[in-house]
Design a protein around this ligand. Structure first.
Ligand SMILES: [Zn+2]
Ligand SMILES: [Zn+2]
Length: 153
């Protein structure tokens, strides 16, 4: 996610927090949540800021769902790295389509931080999925590609 996009989201974050606060007040039984992995108490506002694309209504609904297991940021990061290591064993490196620089799965996961781990794995192992160092390389590649198409016609 680009920095600009994150900033854009922050502007709406305050309103989301306010809305969530009202929703919680109206809730008869508000669940106390702990991380299923380490037992640390969780904060619903952290949960909201980790999932900026969800509405406050949806956040509260998820939070109140009895059988859903949530985890804290530290455990999430740890579990994600653990999963990424498994993917690395299957395929450790790919190359940027534009500049041929080798890219590892860690860099790839940072570039696509919005992806869930199974989505990340599917794309990384998909030979048809175009891999780039960064947005600049991606843009350069498509520019050349479109230029090439134009020349063809
Ligand atoms: Zn935890
Ligand atoms: Zn590149």
């Amino acid at each position: 996610m680009s920095l600009f996009f994150k900033k854009l989201n922050n502007a709406g974050m305050w309103e989301k927090i306010q809305k969530l606060r009202e929703l919680i007040k109206a809730e008869k039984y508000f669940k106390k949540r702990t991380c299923w992995n380490c037992g640390k108490e969780l904060n619903i506002y952290d949960f909201l800021s980790d999932n900026v694309n969800f509405t406050p209504e949806y956040i509260l609904k998820l939070w109140q769902t009895p059988f859903l297991e949530l985890h804290c940021c530290e455990c999430f990061r740890y579990l994600k790295i653990h999963e990424i290591k498994k993917i690395e064993k299957e395929l450790s490196e790919r190359k940027c389509l534009n500049c041929d620089t080798p890219i590892d799965i860690y860099k790839f996961s940072k570039f696509h931080s919005y992806l869930k781990i199974h989505e990340l794995k599917a794309l990384w192992l998909d030979k048809n999925f175009l891999v780039f160092c960064n947005n600049l390389c991606q843009r350069k590649y498509y520019k050349t590609y479109y230029y090439f198409l134009k020349k063809e016609n």
